[in-house]
Ligand binder design. Sequence first.
Ligand code: FAD
Length: 290
Amino acid sequence: MKRVRAEVLSARRLGEYHSLTIVAPEIAERARPGQFIGVRMPAGREFLLRRNFAIHQASRRGGWAGTVEFCFEPHGPGTQLLGQAKAHEFLDVIGPLGKGFAYPKKLTNCLLIAEGHGAASIYFLAQELIARGKRVDMIIGAASFASVFKPIEGKRLSQTITIVTADGSLGERGSVLEALPAMVEKTGTEVVYAAAPTRSLERIAAFCRERRLPAQVAVEERFGCGLGLCFSCVVPVARKDGTGYDNLRACVDGPVFNPARVLWDRWLAEEPQMLPTPPEGLPVVREWPG
Ligand SMILES: Cc1cc2nc3c(=O)[nH]c(=O)nc-3n(C[C@H](O)[C@H](O)[C@H](O)COP(=O)(O)OP(=O)(O)OC[C@H]3O[C@@H](n4cnc5c(N)ncnc54)[C@H](O)[C@@H]3O)c2cc1C
């Protein structure tokens, strides 16, 4: 993992997403699909933690060599601030972080599934799979037309693609889960990769388990440090020898996991209340007094 002061080479809008390309050769050289970066925010209590983003592109050759691209939808204070970043500004970035996707040795037909910004890492993965002679098909889902991430890029990278939107404004109306059985049949899927919100990943995992399809999923758990120190992002994962499970840290042991070994019920049932409501009658103390 490297920490770099990275110049913003370009800042672009892509529908509802913002894309930032930064000059970070030390990160680009080592980056694999599924890994992520942590971007430092301006000093201050509001922005104590770095914001994490999947690596969408890491160019090692050609005119863009040494650059890393990441994409996001501005919603909270951190992503809104990053949405204002301009070319030639500098960002404090650490990466590449986490463990990326593994590539199949023998199996060939890969079905890649993404919802929303999950497509950022899935397209990077598609490039690497194609370079290894694999067949890539995709299901890309989003709420609406504007939040389908780079649909033309998806079409370029896949043999066949199904685009689904919740409101039917692009592709078929529906969800990636609804499109999954038909795509598996049509493409002779042998391996599934997915990056999507956790509840969708849980259902994709159940489908793959039932069909005995090997799969890998990239989870997005909330991190404190992103470096494996704070244990705020643990995921319960069954041991290979069947003797129980370990709480693995999504930031360093993931974010890519074998979904067949994730104990989804235990994990999602244990989701912490980020802001518990104080019992009635107790004062809400927001600042240390004095
Ligand atoms: C491994 C990983 C990869 C990610 N990749 C992308 C990406 O490619 N594009 C993208 O738009 N977003 C991505 N996210 C989510 C992104 O980190 C959050 O949207 C962002 O940090 C929100 O910050 P905020 O200040 O705008 O919002 P706030 O909601 O105010 O954030 C408050 C705190 O919660 C954390 N947080 C909020 N939402 C999430 C979330 N969904 N997952 C994890 N932590 C969250 C923030 O990091 C911050 O510490 C990724 C998250 C992880 C863990």
